[in-house]
Design a protein around this ligand. Structure first.
Ligand SMILES: Cc1cc2nc3c(=O)[nH]c(=O)nc-3n(C[C@H](O)[C@H](O)[C@H](O)COP(=O)(O)OP(=O)(O)OC[C@H]3O[C@@H](n4cnc5c(N)ncnc54)[C@H](O)[C@@H]3O)c2cc1C
Length: 464
C-alpha cells in the first residue's frame, strides 16, 4: 500500500499482524487503536498467556509478595483484536506477506510488527540443564517453578552469573533466608553493565547481605544423583559445592530463528531496523511494511554515534512500540524517530539502582554525588569528553538532571560541582569495563555495528 489513498485504506480496513504478544506487542496494539486504526489486528504469541509484566518475576514474585498469575499488564484501553496465543510464528514470506504458524496456519498482513523479544540463555550442557533443580528465569512459568522450589527450603541455591537478573535472584533468596552462592566469571557483579568501580560496590552489597560471592570463576559442571536431582556444582577453581537449586542467569538470546531464510536482516544480535523502526532486509535495504520493536530490535541512535543499540529495557520496549505503531500507519513525513534515552532500574538488597544513557560506553566515571563507601551515590560516565550515562544507587531524584546532560552532550567531567561531592569525586577514574570482546553475563545494552567516530584513516601522500 502506498500513496495517501492507500494509506487511508490501510488505516480503515488494512490487516496488521503483531508477532510477540508481550509488553511491546500490547503497547503497539493499543497505540494503533488510539491513533485511529480500525482494520483487523492480530496478535500472535507462543506463550499461552495474555501479556504480563516480567520485572516483578525476579522481585515481588520470588519474594512471595505477588503471585505470578497476578502480573498481567494493565490495559490502557479496549482492544478489538484477534489473539492467537500458545502458537509460535515459524516463518515469514515477505513476498506473499504472510506469517506461517506452528499449527500450519498462515496469516496474511499489510503491515507486520515483530516484537518477539529474547529468551533466557540456557545452561550450555543439555543433559545437565535437564536436572531437577536447574532453572532459568524469563517467563511466568519459570517464576512459578522457581518460586515453588525456593519455598521448599532448599539447602543451598547457586546463582550462575551476577548480572541484574542474577543479582536480583540472589537478593530475593537472601530475603527468604536461603543460603546462596553466586558464581560470576567477571571480577564483580554488574561489571558488564556498570563497570568495575560500581561493580565493587555491588560486590560489597552481596557480601554484606550474606551471599557467598565467588568472582573470577566459572561453573564448569552440574552433577545430579541417580534420580536426576541436582546435587553438586563444580567450579573452575577446582572447588565443588553441594547445591540443590541452580539458577542459570547467563543473559539472553534473541528470538529470531523463526525468520531464518525470510530475507529479513535478523540474526543472533536481533533484527536491525532504522530509527523509524522499519526492518532492514539482508541486503541492508529498509522495508516499508515490516517493523520491529522491543528487546528483539537493534536500531541506530545519534547520541551513541549511530551505533546499533539493542536494549533489554522495559521503558525502551514501550517507547519503541509506540513509535513503531505510529509509523506503521502514517506517511513518511509524519513518521517519528525512536530516540529514547536508555533507562533501566533494578532493586536488589534493599537498594534502588537506576541508570540512564549507555554506561558501558563510558571510559571514565566520576562520583559526582554521595560516596561509594556509603553505597549511596551518583556516578557519571564520560565518553570522548562528554557525558554519556549516569547511574544512581538510592539517589534517583538526580537522574533527570543527568539525562538532560546526556541529551545535550554536555562536557565531561561536568564543569560545576555539587554540594555533596566528596573528595573521591574530584577527579574521574577509569570506569573499568571488561574487554568488550569477552562475553559477560550482565549487560542489558548491546552496541553493535559501525561507529563513524571510531574510524581510523591513515592518509598517505603520494611521493613526488
Ligand atoms: C526477570 C526479569 C526482570 C526484569 N527486570 C527489569 C527491570 O527491573 N527493569 C527493566 O527495565 N527491564 C527489566 N526486564 C526486561 C523487560 O521485562 C523487557 O525489556 C521487556 O519484557 C521487553 O518486552 P518485549 O515485548 O520486547 O519482549 P518480551 O517481553 O521478551 O516478549 C516477547 C514475546 O514474544 C514471544 N515470542 C518469541 N518468539 C515468538 C514466535 N516465534 N512466535 C510467537 N511469539 C513469540 C515470547 O515468548 C514473548 O512472549 C526484566 C526481564 C526479566 C525476564
Amino acid at each position: 500500500m502506498s500513496g495517501n489513498g492507500s494509506l487511508e485504506a490501510l488505516r480503515r480496513s488494512g490487516r496488521i499482524v503483531i508477532v510477540g504478544a508481550s509488553l511491546a506487542g500490547l503497547r503497539a496494539a493499543e497505540t494503533l487503536r488510539d491513533e485511529g486504526f480500525t482494520g483487523s489486528l492480530t496478535l500472535i504469541g507462543d506463550e499461552p498467556h495474555e501479556p504480563y509484566d516480567r520485572p516483578p518475576l525476579s522481585k515481588q514474585v520470588l519474594l512471595g509478595k505477588a503471585t505470578a498469575d497476578r502480573t498481567a499488564l494493565p490495559r490502557r484501553r479496549e482492544l478489538d483484536a484477534e489473539w492467537r496465543l500458545g502458537v509460535a510464528a515459524t516463518g515469514l514470506d515477505m513476498t506473499a506477506r504472510r506469517v506461517r504458524l506452528g499449527d500450519g496456519d498462515e496469516v496474511p498482513y499489510d503491515r507486520l510488527l515483530i516484537t518477539t523479544g529474547v529468551r533466557a540463555r540456557p545452561w550450555p550442557h543439555p543433559l545437565e540443564a535437564e536436572l531437577d533443580g536447574v532453572f532459568v528465569l524469563r517467563t511466568r512459568q519459570d517464576a512459578i517453578a522457581l518460586n515453588r522450589r525456593l519455598t521448599a527450603a532448599p539447602h543451598r541455591v547457586l546463582v550462575i552469573g551476577a548480572g541484574f537478573t542474577g543479582s536480583e535472584i540472589a537478593s530475593a533468596c537472601r530475603e527468604l533466608g536461603l543460603e546462596v552462592t553466586v558464581a560470576e566469571r567477571g571480577p564483580a557483579p554488574l561489571v558488564g553493565a556498570l563497570g568495575g568501580v560500581v561493580g565493587q560496590v555491588a560486590a560489597e552489597l552481596h557480601r554484606a547481605h550474606g551471599v557467598d560471592l565467588r568472582c573470577g570463576v566459572m561453573v564448569t559442571g552440574l552433577e545430579g544423583d541417580s534420580a536426576g536431582r541436582l546435587r553438586r556444582a563444580h567450579l573452575s577453581d577446582g572447588t565443588a559445592l553441594d547445591v540443590d537449586v541452580a539458577v542459570v542467569s547467563l543473559g539472553a538470546t534473541r528470538n529470531t530463528e523463526w525468520l531464518a531464510g525470510s530475507g529479513l536482516g535478523a540474526g543472533p544480535r536481533g533484527i536491525a531496523c532504522d530509527a523509524g523502526c522499519r526492518a532492514f532486509d539482508v541486503r541492508g535495504i529498509v522495508t516499508d511494511d515490516v517493523f520491529v520493536a522491543g528487546d528483539v530490535a537493534r536500531s541506530p541512535h545519534p547520541l551513541f554515534n549511530y551505533q546499533f543499540l539493542s536494549l533489554e529495557h522495559w521503558g525502551n520496549a514501550v517507547s519503541q512500540a509506540e513509535t513503531a505503531a505510529h509509523n506503521m500507519i502514517n506517511a513518511s513525513a509524519d513518521r517519528r524517530p525512536h530516540l529514547w534515552i536508555p533507562a533501566f532500574w533494578s532493586s536488589q538488597f534493599g537498594v534502588n539502582i537506576k541508570s540512564v544513557g549507555v554506561p558501558s560506553l563510558g571510559e571514565e566515571i566520576l562520583i559526582a554525588q554521595g560516596s561509594l563507601a556509603e553505597g549511596r551515590f551518583t556516578g557519571v560516565y564520560g565518553y570522548q569528553g562528554r557525558v554519556i550515562a549516569a547511574v544512581t544507587f538510592d539517589q534517583t531524584k538526580w537522574l533527570e538532571h543527568y539525562q538532560r546532560l546526556i541529551e545535550t552532550a554536555a562536557p565531561f567531567p561536568p564543569p560545576w560541582t555539587t554540594v555533596d561531592r566528596r573528595a573521591e569525586g574530584l577527579r574521574p577514574v577509569p570506569a573499568d569495563f571488561p574487554d568488550p570482546s569477552l562475553p559477560t553475563h550482565g549487560p542489558t545494552v548491546t552496541l553493535s555495528g559501525y561507529s563513524p567516530t571510531d574510524r581510523r584513516i591513515t592518509f598517505t601522500p603520494a611521493r613526488a
